[in-house]
Design a protein around this ligand. Structure first.
Ligand code: AMP
Length: 274
């Protein structure tokens, strides 16, 4: 596996490899990230993965400085997973002092994570656009765990004529249903026990809605279940799967999305509906 840390190294590596598929990450890698690498490999091209904890997608009160980092472990996992190239840019490489451009994707960012975390998706869209420009991949693989993010990146990739195919990959879960996340390592033992309630409640609610139960009442019941599990729900919503606009009744394609605080950790999950 080639490890590139400068744009010069990256250009040399890209010339050596030819067309590549791409998996962007913020490191602290787990089986969810490795499923993206596998999907990218299975799509038939050498895989480039990036590890970059992107400061511009963290709010001022968020966990940028204490975000988990494990470069040695991550490089080992990428190599084992068959990655051809690891791109580990320095923050000054991504954001030189003279750079002033950022990307705002309107519409699909209006609600949910976009509303709860102002500026977050500008940071995501900008860094992903820059990574696409640096790597010039054929296709890029993103986790459905961050459902709204996939739709934001899709919109950006199409609107900016990047010629990158954005491929969603199903969420990888722990045996008890909890969606894998680098931030799960922050959960205390009792929080870790409570955390699977999010996926369990969403799954129940999705079947209830498909079975004809009233949407508003079902969402309300889900919020109550999360509160009973010790969480503070941020949002629980039935949305159009691509526009992320809330829907009052089941119109396909639909997605049930939720965010809830458990202690200091914000859990995020979503399931298909019908
Ligand atoms: P992150 O390192 O958290 O920025 O995530 C990098 C990529 O991995 C994103 O496309 C995430 O959606 C994806 N990802 C994170 N957790 C999971 C998971 N449990 N299953 C599938 N993909 C995931």
């Amino acid at each position: 596996m080639i490890i590139a840390r400068t744009l010069e190294d990256l250009t040399t590596a890209r010339d050596t490899l030819g067309p590549v598929n791409f998996v962007p990450t913020m490191g602290a890698l787990h089986a969810g990230h490795l499923a993206l690498v596998k999907a990218a490999r299975d799509a038939g091209l050498p895989v480039a993965a990036s590890i970059f904890v992107n400061p511009t997608q963290f709010g001022p009160k968020e966990d940028f400085t204490r975000y988990p980092r494990d470069e040695i472990g991550d490089l080992d996992k990428l190599e084992q997973a068959g990655c051809a190239l690891a791109w580990l840019p320095h923050v000054d490489t991504m954001y030189p002092a003279h750079s002033t451009t950022s990307i705002h994707v309107a519409g699909v960012t209006a609600h949910w994570e976009g509303a709860s975390r102002p500026g977050h998706f500008d940071g995501v869209a900008t860094v992903v656009a820059k990574l696409f420009g640096q790597i010039r991949p054929t296709a890029a693989f993103f986790g459905e765990k961050d459902w709204q993010q996939v739709q934001v990146v899709r919109r950006m990739a199409a609107d900016l004529n990047t010629h990158v195919e954005v491929v969603p990959v199903p969420t990888v879960r722990e045996a008890d249903g909890l969606a894998m996340s680098s931030r799960n390592s922050y959960l205390s033992a009792p929080e870790r026990k409570a955390a699977p309630a999010l996926y369990a409640s969403l799954t129940r609610a999705a079947s209830a809605i498909v079975g004809g139960k009233e949407v508003a009442a079902t969402l309300q019941k889900t919020r109550q279940e999360l509160a009973q599990a010790g969480m503070v729900p941020d949002y629980v919503a039935l949305v159009h799967a691509h526009t992320l606009e809330p829907i009052a009744g089941l119109i396909r394609p639909a997605r049930l999305i939720a965010a809830a605080k458990l202690g200091t950790i914000r859990l995020l999950d979503n399931v298909p509906v019908g």
